[in-house]
Design a protein. Structure first.
Length: 156
């Protein structure tokens, strides 16, 4: 429980830093910009933790069960935060990589996001054990949920 609370506090501190980083230099960002900065901050934390998970799952680096479990837990804590970053006010945020089709297919997008959250939770629970093969399989399931949404709603 302590580790989880410390992680939440660390994530909040990191997101606060990301969100407040350019506010002083350029004036107060508008609401759409705030949502987009928040969204990018959450994705940055997720990506930071997914990179080593991916490397271990693909046998590009040795599997370390402790590191894998810690990073999987972080991802499972962050993915639910994504939902609030896709508020309607963020629809026209400049610099967003979100395809406009998301807004007309919001129910599908939300379902894909719920799938990501569920698979992230499964990943964290599975990685808490010692079965490397099961942990890697759970990672690939979660990664498929990421890909399903990116393929349909993310512009490159």
């Amino acid at each position: 429980m302590r580790r989880g609370m410390a992680l939440v506090i660390a994530c909040i501190a990191a997101l606060t830093a990301v969100l407040s980083g350019s506010a002083g230099a350029q004036g107060q960002p508008n609401r759409a910009e705030q949502y987009l900065k928040y969204r990018k901050g959450v994705y940055q934390v997720i990506a930071w933790n997914i990179a080593p998970l991916s490397a271990m799952a693909q046998d590009k680096q040795p599997f370390d069960a402790t590191v894998f479990a810690d990073r999987a837990e972080r991802v499972s804590l962050m993915t639910p935060m994504l939902a609030e970053s896709y508020a309607p006010e963020s629809r026209h945020a400049e610099g967003s990589k979100l395809k406009p089709e998301m807004w007309s297919n919001r129910a599908d997008f939300d379902e894909k996001l719920r799938t990501l959250v569920a698979r992230s939770e499964t990943l964290a629970k599975t990685a808490d054990g010692v079965d490397a093969a099961a942990s890697k399989a759970a990672f690939f399931d979660m990664a498929q949920a990421c890909k399903a949404c990116h393929d349909k709603y993310r512009a490159d």
